[in-house]
Design a protein around this ligand. Sequence first.
Ligand SMILES: Cc1cc2nc3c(=O)[nH]c(=O)nc-3n(C[C@H](O)[C@H](O)[C@H](O)COP(=O)(O)OP(=O)(O)OC[C@H]3O[C@@H](n4cnc5c(N)ncnc54)[C@H](O)[C@@H]3O)c2cc1C
Length: 361
Amino acid sequence: MVGAAVAYGLARAGAHVRVLDEGDTAFRAARGNFGLTWVQTKGLGNQPYFELTRASVDGWTALAEELHEVSGIDLAYRRNGGLVICIGDSEAEERRRFIASFKQQAGNENYDCAFIDRPELQELFPNAEIGPTVSGASFSPMDGHVNPLFLLRAFSGGLKRHGGSAHTGHAVKEIRRSGSVFEVRTGDHTFQADKVVIAAGLGTEHLARMVGLDVPVRPERGQVLVTERTSPVFPYPMSGLRQTDEGTVMIGATREDVGYDTGTTVQGFAGMTRRAIASFPFLAQLRLVRGWGALRVLTPDGGPVYAESESHPGAYVATCHSGVTLASMHANLLPRWVLENRRPSELSTFGPERFHVQPAA
Ligand SMILES: Cc1cc2nc3c(=O)[nH]c(=O)nc-3n(C[C@H](O)[C@H](O)[C@H](O)COP(=O)(O)OP(=O)(O)OC[C@H]3O[C@@H](n4cnc5c(N)ncnc54)[C@H](O)[C@@H]3O)c2cc1C
C-alpha cells in the first residue's frame, strides 16, 4: 500500500519507476485492512503525527478524484465523519477524557471531535436501533472510509498510465551500491536504479539493513469479518464497524500479538461480533460470509518511519501502520522528498533514530 502510493506519486512527477513486489506469498496488510481514513484517534502524545494524519486526510478527496480520472476506478471514498461507539459509562468517561486531552494538545479548532450522547447518536442512525448499553460516541467530521482494494488497483492503474511498471513475484534479496547506482537483486534478475525506496511492510526491517538503516517493525494481527449485503443502515463508518458501498457490513478488528500467524480464531470472531451486536442488535440477524486475519506493521511507538540513509544516500525507507489514511501524503510528500533531495519539514520527526536513544549514564 505504501509502495504503491509512493510509486504512483513518483511516476506522476515524471520519474521512471519500477515496483518490485514479492507477491502472493508475502504478508500484505494492504489486502486485509478495514478501509478507514481515520484521524480522531491518531497522534495523542505525538502532535506531528496528528498533523500529518490530518493533512493527509485533507488531501484525500483530491486524491480520490485524481485516481478516478487516471484509472477509471471510483474508490467509493466518503468523508462525512466517523464514530467511536462507547458501551457502558466507563467507556463514555474515558472517551470524554481522551477528547479533552487531545483538544488540549492540538487546539480546540484543530481537533474537530465531540462526544455525543445516546439520543443524538440514535438520530444519526435512523435505520438502525442502537443497543441498550450504548452510552454515546465520539464523532469527528475529519474521518471517512474507502474501498482499500480499489485504492490499490487505482494506484497500480495510475502507475502504468504514467509510464511506470510493477513486477510481481520479485522478492528482493539484495540491495547494494555499485558505483553511482543501486543494484537490486531478485532471484535471477538484477535491476539498476539511481534511487531506491524501501516500502515493504513487515519486510522493511530486513531490506532497510542492507542500506544501513535500522527500522524495527513487528506484526500485530487483526481479524476482520464481513456480513452478507443489507440495505443502507450505517451512514457513517465507525471504529470497528462500517458498511461498504456494496452493502456488506465489515466488523473488526482484533489486536493480537501472535507473531506471523495470519489465521483466524473463534474467540477473536466471537469477541468482535459480541461488541458489534451490543452496538446494533439487528446485526445478529445478518449472516457472516467471510473472515480473515491480516498483520499490521507496527514500529515500537506506533508512528510512521520516513528516512533517507546516511550511508547510502538515495535509499529511502517508508513504513507506517495507517497506509490507507496516509495514502495521500505518501503519494505527494514522499515523492517530493525523493525527487528534490530535500526532506519536507512535516517529516522531520519521523526518522528511525528516535528508537535508538542511549539512556543517560
Ligand atoms: C486488520 C487490519 C486493519 C487495518 N485497517 C486500516 C484502516 O482502517 N485504515 C488504515 O489507514 N490502515 C489500516 N490498516 C493498515 C494498513 O493496511 C497498512 O498500514 C498498510 O497496508 C501498510 O502498507 P505497507 O505497504 O507498508 O505494507 P503491506 O501492505 O503489508 O505491503 C508490503 C508489501 O511489501 C512487499 N514485500 C515484502 N518484502 C518484500 C521483498 N523482500 N521484496 C519485494 N517485496 C516485498 C509485499 O509483497 C507487499 O506487497 C489495517 C491493517 C490491518 C492488518
